[in-house]
Design a protein around this ligand. Sequence first.
Ligand code: NAP
Length: 242
Amino acid sequence: MHVLILGGTTEARTLAGLLHTGTDVRVTSSLAGRVASPRLPEGGVRIGGFGGVDGLVDWVREHGVDAVIDATHPFAERISFNAARAAATAHVPLLALRRPGWVPVAGDDWRSVASLQEAAGALDGLGDRVFLTTGRLGLAAFADRPEWFLVRSVDAPDAPMPVRTEVLLDRGPFTLEGERELLHRHRVDVLVTKDSGGAATAPKLTAAREAGVPVVVVRRPPVPEGIPVAATPQEAAAWALS
Ligand code: NAP
């Protein structure tokens, strides 16, 4: 049994560990190769794009893959779409592993938007100092904004980006204490985030609530139609073993 995990997330790494240890399943995790020094999962690893749907179909066939688990980030829309097309073409079962999205609680001031472009537009009137945590890609959507941006990302972002930008290179998990301190030190007026879900980057939401800082939340793209979804690595492992 050979399972291909499309990875790049904490959950994908946990899943690879669950299947690699204590089962007969052969696991290969695939990473896009975006991060310079990624945390590697247990089991086999391959790095780099497949070359679209056809490339993924070829890879699945050539390596005798029996099942695919799309454990990519909820916002990695292209690879999820490709996985759905490729699995259907190669006739292998596909599961999507998606950590649940974040849900606002009392005291939160969230503005829900559909895209980074909409997020940029939603900044009107929310203040001059923006904490942008949507990743190093897609900064072009904010390039024409007049505000000052604190951009936090794992690797350095490329232009185009807002003229008034300070880059903070860091990788989660983040602590509540650290996020409180960051919002305070940089006098942040508004936080922008994707609805990534999960615990590793959630403390910024609590810190924002405590500080009365509004949060612009980019909604997730949908999982491709007809693909079953697991919420945890344990659920996904059980699916692979069933
Ligand atoms: P994307 O837009 O959905 O995918 C763009 C292309 O990158 C895909 O067509 C594919 O190239 C390649 N690719 C993406 N994920 C891959 C994987 N796991 N293995 C092999 N190739 C992959 O993806 P993205 O948003 O740029 O994200 C890239 C990776 O970073 C994903 O694996 C994701 O899990 C991780 N990540 C993304 C975000 C985010 O906010 N988007 C955040 C954290 C981590 P080919 O067509 O050539 O196969």
